[in-house]
Design a protein around this ligand. Structure first.
Ligand code: SF4
Length: 422
């Protein structure tokens, strides 16, 4: 780490953050990064010189422990401490991510209309302008190179880069698995299949595409292109998202090949962050069809793997209303498989999604309690249940009451699912 003072800027390069993801109540940073502190803001940059975090230092900033984070998709997310509303109880995290786009959030707080937040963006633009006018004679070359790198990544360049990420993988990722919260959503996306097995009526993220695995050559090309895209900052990643909506249905050979090849090419073994993690979405059918062979293939990978299954409901009437073509017996079998895998495979964790809506028939909730409480002899800490609010334009207080009711009865960790894109 090297710190240099220039005019009113405190510039630190090669700063070392935490080496593994953790859940804390203060602004933690991970891996290696560089920062510039001005009297009003702390700007933090990744190893490519791209802005990643902004935190206000003046008294007008909403809260000293809150910050803005820029994602690889060029979205700014505001990390709110969430007031006194029991954020950890509700989402399993100490910070509430406030998104600049429509999602399924039950919170109406919009920090982006706050003039203090808007001024932070102006502050960043001003910093870039100040840097390009700066006389850098006599500055150590490492610091000078870092400043040049930052100056080369203005808003336009960052936006173009996010488009090239989407071009590499074949489009924007409309939803990340809820478990990616464990790595603060910092995943490298790699598409191994498109479309999904069902085309449920309620789903706002589906495509019209039929399920289709990607060709092996396409996956290998994505891996090469992604390595080029992440460049010097690749060493700050240790997590892979195999997409898209039902990567599990791509089968054990493609999953194993893609995850192993990515691990090797992205050099996860030498990442600044420990504990490589793999994330996938799966469906009831892909989990049951894959069975033991699929779990064994995943178990052999050098990752801790989260597989997130979309159950949605265990009530026939609700499933019919959602137009989800699944029999209850399959849902029960898949749920039992999830419990068995979570007990027997130390490096695989299967989690499940169910829908939350205050207008659903009582049987939707009765059948859910049957699975998450009556089917278990005690509380198990592995294998979370995520409840995804379906219609957040309705009564959000009623949704929270329903959530609390279920969570208090559940014998599995239970949280709200906040949909984030990449
Ligand atoms: S909920 Fe899942 S399975 Fe249903 S349409 Fe959406 S992505 Fe496909």
């Amino acid at each position: 780490m090297e710190t240099y003072h220039l005019n009113n800027l405190e510039i630190t390069i090669d700063k070392e953050g935490a080496g593994q993801f953790t859940k804390v109540t203060y602004p933690i940073r991970y891996g290696r990064f560089c920062e510039i502190k001005t009297p009003d803001y702390l700007f933090q940059f990744n190893l490519n010189g791209e802005i990643k975090y902004i935190r206000g230092l003046s008294r007008s900033w909403p809260h000293p422990a809150e910050w803005l984070k820029r994602t690889d998709a060029d979205d700014w997310v505001f990390y709110s401490v969430g007031g006194y509303n029991g954020i950890f109880y509700l989402i399993g995290e100490y910070y509430l991510p406030c998104l600049p786009y429509r999602s399924n959030s039950i919170w109406t707080y919009n920090p982006f209309i706050d003039s203090n937040i808007q001024q932070a963006f102006t502050g960043w633009t001003q910093l870039l302008a100040d840097l390009s006018a700066l006389r850098t004679n006599g500055i150590p070359s490492r610091v000078r190179n870092f400043l040049a790198l930052i100056s080369g990544h203005d808003q336009h360049t960052l936006n173009t880069r996010s488009k090239s990420l989407h071009r590499i993988v074949g489009g924007q990722i409309s939803v990340l698995p809820p478990d990616t919260r464990h790595v603060d959503y910092d995943v490298i996306p790699l598409m191994i299949a498109d479309g999904c097995l069902y085309h449920c009526d309620f789903c706002c993220i589906k495509t019209s595409q039929k399920f289709q695995p990607r060709a092996k050559d396409n996956i290998l090309q994505q891996i090469q292109d992604l390595r080029g895209f992440y460049g010097a900052n690749l060493s700050n990643y240790n997590a892979l998202f195999l997409g898209n909506h039902d990567a599990l249905a791509a089968g054990h050979e493609l999953i194993h090949m893609a995850a192993a090849e990515a691990y090797f090419t992205f050099d996860f073994e030498k990442s600044h962050l420990k504990n490589p993690t793999l994330f996938l979405f799966g469906s009831v059918d892909s989990l049951l069809d894959g069975g033991k062979t699929l779990m064994e293939a995943i178990h052999r990978l050098p990752y801790y793997t989260y597989v997130n299954i979309g159950f949605e409901s265990a009530d026939p009437a609700t499933l019919r209303r959602l137009n989800k073509p699944l029999e209850i017996s399959k849902i029960e079998d898949a749920f039992q498989m999830m419990l068995d895998v979570n007990r027997n495979c130390h490096n695989i964790e299967i989690t499940g999604n169910f829908l939350l809506e205050d207008q659903f028939p009582p049987n939707h909730y009765r059948s859910l309690i049957e699975l998450v409480r009556n089917g278990l002899d005690r509380f198990y800490s592995k294998g979370a249940i995520y409840l995804s609010p379906l219609n957040t334009r309705q009564n959000n207080r009623a949704l929270i009451r329903k959530f609390v009711e279920i969570k208090n009865l559940s014998r599995l960790p239970t949280y709200l699912y906040l949909i984030q894109r990449l």
